[in-house]
Design a protein around this ligand. Sequence first.
Ligand code: ATP
Ligand code: MG
Length: 435
Amino acid sequence: MISNLIKKVLGIAPRAPSPKLRRVPAETHGLRPESISGCALRVVKTLQTAGFKAYIVGGAVRDLLIGNSPKDFDVATDATPEQVRQLIRRSRIIGRRFQIVHAICHEEVVEVTTFRGAGREDDHQQTDEHGRITRDNVFGTIEEDAERRDFTVNALYYDPISNEVLDYFNGVADLHAKRLTMIGQPATRYREDPVRMLRAVRFSAKLEFQLEAATQAPIRELADLLLNVPESRLFDEILKLLLSGHSHACLSRLRAEGLHHDLLPLLDLILDEPQGEKFIRQSLQNTDQRILEGKPVSPGFLFAALLWHPVLDNWKQRQTQGEKPMPALFAAMTETLEAQRKKLAIPRRYDAIMKEIWSLQPRFVQRSGLRPFRFLEHPRFRAAYDFMLLRADSGEIAEDIADWWTDFQQVGQEERDAMLISEEAPKRSRRRRRR
Ligand code: ATP
Ligand code: MG
């Protein structure tokens, strides 16, 4: 109490609560060993048989406890990476900041991590001037491992052999209350790794959980720390957010928390403009729907959609200044991508697809002669067409055009010939839409 007061006066945050183990029995948690993948079960059994501790941990336990199917399975153990590799036949050590082992069974990969060591006041971690952890290499106990995790609901350990869940930070209670609580001092944890702010947004949107008040409070003030995160990591996290199946909710929350400014700086502008807002909303909802239906989603397509309205505005402006349509479009594309690159760097590997989708858009107004036939043969026609449908849905281009292309793909040769529009006298097409 007094030491906390002294710390407060000195501006040092009070100590975070220590881990306190609650053992959750099967009757309460309701999980069964069959709920986890055969591969993960085999890895846990192998490690436990050899005398090590081994648990399913993280997102898989969280998702199973709320009745969702896990994306993948992670295992935490007190065996070192080298020991894991020796025990599990098809496995390899992946060297990153912290070594992990990939255990491979057919299509599935289970990530096996050795318990991580001390979360605070240790000299093994290196931090930068903002408090961000730049190196840590220390193995630890399960309690320390739990303390190092981000949210209480992500620090649950399921033992499929004894069939109990180990809960060190009251994560099960938070799960039931649909609450996302950061373990430890939220501000310190965000300083250590600012990406946790984006994870807070992603999990709260995806799980439809409330951010616990103290977890939410420092985010707005610390948002700028995201600028210190390596670009590739930031990009990976944004991609996870966009491909979470809840991208629309995620972006709304990013905005609500004041986190979007330096990620997709143009987003602010776009979301304030009614047509741009509608287009983005439809693109995101469309992406979410595809993910929920298990259909593939192309990140390039999605980024093309997010940046379309800035391209469009730039393109229009250039044309009013007398530039020819196609050169103006290419210049607008390059300028928009350069502006974006200064913020969230969208890797250049997506440039080609984005540019292709954008530069094919003017071809949808050409509906005479041989051009529509040639366009149908274009390898990117389908992506460009899907993109054009979104433009029509948001009211940016006439529905007629979208209907015409929908019909044109579906009818036979003779009907196609009859559909061609002579450039002098455009015909109205039937109002029929199919996808
Ligand atoms: P999902 O895979 O469904 O997105 P997840 O919770 O499994 O969710 P991962 O990124 O796979 O998320 O990470 C696995 C676990 O590792 C998390 O549940 C969490 O316990 C821990 N973790 C991941 N990233 C961090 C981080 N930045 N800080 C602290 N702990 C983390
Ligand atoms: Mg995971």
